[in-house]
Design a protein around this ligand. Structure first.
Ligand SMILES: [Zn+2]
Length: 1011
């Protein structure tokens, strides 16, 4: 109450300020945050704001009233109540309806369509500014466009100053990307009204000085599902309501981790809007932490590719925001906090990577519009140096409170931004200029993707990602040579050894490199060099970093994860090479030669699988050995295709980007058929997020599958009758076997339907449905999977579902190792092929990289039920104390010396040899043919880390990464890596696709050594 009084008196004083200051040369930043006493207040609306605000301190002089307007409708017109009213969550359509009513009622608002979602729903951006500003939008944009591309003004700072002085900046706000975080749309409706209607000097300055751009709903598909669920909850107030298992068509929370791969429509639409409008700020609204965590100035480590000018801006804006709201007496407003700013995958980071300012709020939401008593964890209400006025341990909290915080934070931000817009516009220019001068400042000069990369289709996919990121791409029109700096090596402690190896390596290392004509050059003297640099470079997160809990992935190097060659070039001569800009990256596939038989070299490119399903009637064979034909060399696994008309094949090759050779005669090489497997794709009702990335990949590749839940597996007696391959991708969040089998608790509570009803018309969309989400796979489902594999089916699992497969006994010869100190947080790791003859490995080189997030440690055992942890020969490596030197054999007085038999050793990716003792009545000894075939292993510890954080790597180094386990007549394929992830790991997709294409010939090339 005391605080409230302070606020009131502040408000009172403030209302006089404009009058007092107008006569003097007052600075604009002294404008009081207060309403215009001359403008009428909408009394009814204002009364409801006060009614729904649960404590006087949870509001501010900026939002504790609503100015009246005769012609402009308030949000009440579509909500039936005020913004943030209990029980009211509008669908996206209603939010749009209101924004369009606003646009109709006032020339200060305009609505733009910015694209559609995967399910076809519209996304919009609402521009709010003065009539004058909106009238001259296009002129302003043309002017602004010169700042992010200073080449247009020849990097002339004086010209930039003139443009800065004339331009109106754009501040872009995005709401509710995370669907259970429900408050932003109503806050943004009311914010748009205030910005358009309020005549107080504080708001007028924002309106006249800034163009506020608003996308009120980013995840539109998820918003509509969430509103459905909330309506269901209101209709069944005493029941539990289903968790929001699907947000968008593919992923849930990870929709805010797509700003690197740009695989989701929402990312692409926001990116295009941000860059297209030449905006300076992207401010994304979230809800989780009480009451407003401005993570703009997050914790370290900061992303290593952003300009320090930006990190300074984060601090300025973040702390000023806290200061302003603290002065209003609003508790629980802070910056700093737990969020690190390393990964560029967040939506708001689009701005950070495109020379703007990224911002993010976490406000406090109830996941719906109920007013509820909330109790906080001590860590959330503790007072710290960065949170001097913490939230209350316990409080009644409403959606209106949340809206008050969101709007107050945004209005103070907009006002501060406007006051300092010359600074921020100039910084926008400077950051862009420094992006262009990168080659001569910090480097590198360029990245080069060579024309002779065997994976041109994957190279095209990588370039298409860069193109979506607005990166300029060039192609060399002639070959060129650049200098390669000598690698600096750490000095070895043994000086003489170091001398030896250094000299040898120096001799072997080239000092220059030639790239053929047609090679791709990503120049670093371009406005968006930073995003290209961040994606293509390597990452290193020190195990000694004070930040012990990385917020997200620590590594992502795109060249490594796409299995595409990328060279970081520091020699500025690379920029002088003859080259031309590529306006649009297109697949470069085609057919060379004449003949009716086609051969495609297998380089582990995902499009091979697309081709198989595209040409359903064609006869396709996989070569089991490398061969030569038509003067070309073909890898093991290359496709030999018959029975397709040339014109059809030409088109298919062009569309898929694959390079084929037409042959007059088939090569003489052992082959097996490559058939279009019938694929089931299994999901749980616990989480669909991690598997969603797999669905997205398969859909993009046009590989058909039946999308079924574990409940369907439980009800299907004969899975083999319908499917050849069952994919059971990761459930995510390290889901336990128990949870997969049991599902959610059913001994209490009510059924949780996920289906369309009159109350929930949007729930299902294009995904799956059930009468009750609670039942899991059950023991019937376990039996059905066991029987499917036993009768010849192929079951493919990864990470947590691999753990599940092991725990239901599908792989006797593999067990799970435990880790003591291993810490791999979304890192890129080195792997090595172990069995190149396996069809799963077709097209891969001996070394490549894979994504791992504390993957399971597979340990091999030749003994059924063995834990695989005891290794022969490992227990004693030195001789006992006795006579002689350390190298002498042990010696016993009074008897002749006995030669100790040499104990067999095995590598971690090999099965330990079975001892004679184990063979005595060895009923548990697994015959060699029954043991897993190791396809891929993790690299040795010294070569394991490619990008990101690796701690305790010795615990997983050399262990199998992909295993083909024979089980009955079928196979279980176990992945420790996650081969399909966030559209970033396209280089490892083919490990999955090869399994699908060769499902009935997985034993091809297998050699079985009984030992
Ligand atoms: Zn969120």
């Amino acid at each position: 109450m005391i605080r409230r009084r302070q606020t009131r008196s502040f408000l009172l004083c403030a209302s006089l300020l404009p009058l007092l200051l107008s006569s003097s040369a007052a600075r604009a930043d002294e404008t009081a945050p207060a309403r215009d006493p001359k403008q009428a207040v909408n009394e009814a609306y204002t009364a409801k704001i006060q009614k729904y605000t649960t404590a006087p301190v949870f509001t501010s002089p900026l939002v504790d009233y609503l100015p009246a307007s005769k012609n402009v409708p308030t949000p009440e017109i579509v909500l039936g109540d005020v913004s943030g009213a209990p029980g009211i969550l509008p669908y996206a359509e209603d939010v749009y309806k209101y924004m369009r009513l606003l646009a109709k009622a006032t020339p200060r608002v305009r609505v733009f369509s910015i694209g559609t979602t995967e399910e076809g729903r519209e996304m919009i951006a609402v521009a709010v500014s003065s009539e004058e500003n909106l009238k001259h939008l296009d002129e302003n944009r043309a002017r602004l466009a010169k700042l992010p591309d200073p080449r247009t003004i020849k990097l002339d700072d004086a010209e930039a100053d003139r443009i800065v002085a004339q331009s109106t900046p754009i501040y872009y706000i995005t709401g509710t990307i995370h669907s259970p975080e429900t408050g932003a749309p109503t806050a943004l409706m009311e914010l748009a009204y205030r910005l358009a209607v309020d005549e107080s000097p504080y708001i007028r300055e924002i309106r006249d000085g800034v163009i506020t751009l608003i996308t009120p709903v980013v995840e539109v598909d998820g918003r509509d599902r969430m509103v459905d669920l909330y309506r269901w909850h209101l209709a069944h107030p005493k029941d539990f309501y289903p968790p929001l298992i699907y947000w968008g068509k593919y992923v849930a929370h990870d929709n805010n981790r797509d700003a690197m791969g740009v695989t989701l429509k929402l990312t692409e639409n926001v990116l295009n809007t941000y860059v297209g409008w030449k905006a300076q700020v992207l401010h994304d609204l979230h809800e989780s932490v009480p009451y407003l965590y401005d993570n703009t100035a997050g914790d370290g480590p900061f992303n290593a590719w952003v300009d320090p000018i930006l990190t300074d801006e984060w601090e300025m804006i973040g702390w000023r925001n806290v200061a302003d709201m603290t002065k209003f007496g609003m508790p629980g407003v802070f910056t700093h906090g737990v969020f690190d700013t390393w990964s560029p995958g967040y939506l708001m980071f689009i701005a950070a990577m495109h020379n703007g300012i990224s911002r993010l709020y976490e406000t406090f939401g109830n996941g719906g519009a109920d007013t509820e008593e909330r109790t906080l964890d001590p860590q959330d209400y503790s007072r710290t140096w960065w949170r001097q006025n913490p939230p209350f341990p316990k409080t009644l909290w409403s959606q209106r409170d949340n809206n008050n915080y969101e709007e107050t934070g945004l209005l103070t931000s907009l006002h501060y931004f406007n006051e300092n817009k010359r600074l921020f516009l100039k910084n926008f220019y400077l950051k862009s200029k420094r992006s262009i001068t990168k080659p001569t400042e910090e480097g590198p000069a360029a990245y080069v993707l060579p024309a002779d990369d065997p994976r041109l289709e994957l190279q095209t996919e990588l370039l298409q990602v860069l193109q979506k990121q607005k990166v300029e791409i060039s192609r060399a029109t002639a070959s060129f040579t650049v200098a390669v700096p000598a690698k600096k090596r750490k000095k070895s402690r043994k000086k003489e050894d170091a001398k030896d190896t250094n000299e040898k390596e120096k001799e072997a290392e080239p000092t220059s490199r030639e790239f053929p004509a047609g090679s791709i050059v990503i120049r670093m003297d371009q406005p968006y060099s930073r995003i290209a640099d961040a994606l293509l470079d390597h990452q290193y997160w020190s195990p000694d970093d004070p930040q012990k809990t990385p917020y997200d992935d620590t590594g992502w190097t795109f060249g490594e994860l796409f299995n595409v060659k990328v060279f970081r070039i520091t020699d500025p001569k690379a920029l002088d090479a003859a080259m031309e800009r590529i306006s649009e990256v297109k697949p470069t596939g085609g057919v060379q030669g004449d003949g009716t038989i086609f051969a495609i070299n297998n380089s582990a490119e995902p499009a091979l699988a697309t081709l198989r399903y595209k040409l359903r009637d064609a006869d396709m064979q996989a070569a089991e050995e490398p061969f030569e034909a038509g003067g070309k060399k073909f890898n093991r696994g290359s496709l030999i295709i018959r029975g397709v008309a040339r014109s059809d094949f030409d088109r298919a090759a062009n569309e898929t980007g694959l390079h084929a050779a037409a042959l007059s005669a088939a090569p003489s090489v052992k082959t097996h058929p490559v058939r279009a497997a019938r694929v089931a794709f299994v999901h749980t009702w616990l989480s669909t997020q991690t598997e969603g990335w797999w669905r997205l990949a398969l859909d993009n590749l046009k590989i058909p599958y039946d999308y079924i839940s574990t409940q369907v597996v439980a009800k299907t007696d004969d899975l083999n009758a319908k499917y050849d391959v069952i994919l059971f991708p990761p459930v995510g969040y390290n889901t336990s076997t128990t949870a997969i089998i049991n599902g959610m608790p059913r001994d209490w509570g009510n059924p949780l339907p996920w289906k369309n009803t009159p109350e929930t018309p949007n729930l299902v969309g294009k995904n799956d449905s059930t009468d009750d989400m609670r039942p899991g796979l059950g023991w019937d489902g376990v039996a059905h999977l066991q029987s499917f594999v036993g009768k010849g089916g192929v079951l493919l699992t990864a990470t947590d579902t691999s753990r599940f497969a092991l725990s239901i006994g599908l792989a006797d010869s593999v067990s799970l190792g435990t880790s003591q100190k291993m810490n791999i947080v979304g890192s890129v790791l080195g792997t090595r092929l172990v069995d190149a003859a396996s069809p799963i490995a077709y097209g891969y080189d001996e070394k490549f990289s894979a994504y791992c997030d504390n993957g399971p440690i597979f340990t091999l055992s030749s003994i059924a039920g063995g834990r695989g942890s005891r290794r022969l020969g490992g227990h004693s490596s030195s001789r006992p104390t006795g006579r002689g030197t350390a190298d002498d054999p042990d010696f016993t007085v009074g008897r002749p010396g006995i030669e100790v038999p040499e104990e067999p050793t095995a590598e971690l990716w090999e099965y330990p040899q079975v001892s004679d003792e184990q063979r005595r009545n060895g009923l548990r000894v697994i015959p060699a043919a029954g043991r897993a075939r190791v396809i891929l292993r993790y690299a040795d510890n010294k070569d394991l880390l490619v990008s990101g954080l690796l701690e305790g790597g010795d615990e997983i180094a050399q262990h199998p990464a992909v295993l083909d386990v024979p089980a009955g007549q079928g196979h279980v394929i176990l992945f420790s890596i996650n081969p399909v992830y966030r559209g970033e790991t396209r280089g490892t997709y083919s490990l999955v696709l090869n399994t699908i294409l060769n499902f009935d010939n997985l034993n091809a090339g297998r050699t079985i050594l009984e030992k």
